[in-house]
Write a protein that binds this ligand. Sequence first.
Ligand SMILES: C[S@@+](CC[C@H](N)C(=O)[O-])C[C@H]1O[C@@H](n2cnc3c(N)ncnc32)[C@H](O)[C@@H]1O
Length: 216
Amino acid sequence: MSRRFVIIGQKATASPDFSLLDIAGTSGRIDILLRCLRSALLVSHGLRRDTIVYLVLLGGELAPRVLRIDGGHIRFVRPDERQLAILVQKALLRLPEGSPKDAFFEVRAGLAVATGGLDAVLADVPDLDHARVYVLEENARDIRDDAVASANVVVFVGDQNGFDEATRARLASLRAEPIGVGPVSLHADDAITIVQNEMDRRHASSGASASSSPAS
Ligand SMILES: C[S@@+](CC[C@H](N)C(=O)[O-])C[C@H]1O[C@@H](n2cnc3c(N)ncnc32)[C@H](O)[C@@H]1O
């Protein structure tokens, strides 16, 4: 019973050639997506084994590409931004030329990359018709107002510019439910932390056990 977070980076580069000395300035702000990855996947001294994160990279000549990081299988994930950038960079380097569109290529256990955008993600979600699909939106119905699901969920998150029109149209066609995390516009990674926390609380009150375990 998974939680999937899909972070859309409108300008985040799909090329591995950004500088580790200036990640924010050379990568189309992939640093924002790295912080989202950390918030969605990492807890103190552990990983969320029930969470899968997709980083949708729509910037640069090699776009679109998607990275999939699966908390159930990945090992040796460090919380600092530089190490996460190295992980992403290595994965982007490994995608074989001419890989079939929308098919994930496993770089190592828990880490995969695909050529493609949102469609690659949607094709990867098993039984999408029965998942609860949410989109994090400012000014939307508050996550605390209703019974947000805590398992078998897909949550879409925007970058510093929110969502582009094509993504919005696709999310509308999926009937994604807009949910908000309060009246203030937050950084995307902070919004994710709140969502995970709300889902943890629902999960705990349902009597289920936590599912994090050491990161390495
Ligand atoms: C910095 S915000 C984007 C702000 C951008 N100016 C816009 O108009 O969408 C980045 C993302 O974090 C999420 N987010 C930030 N604050 C939120 C809130 N209060 N409720 C729900 N989602 C939020 C949304 O997914 C948003 O697209």
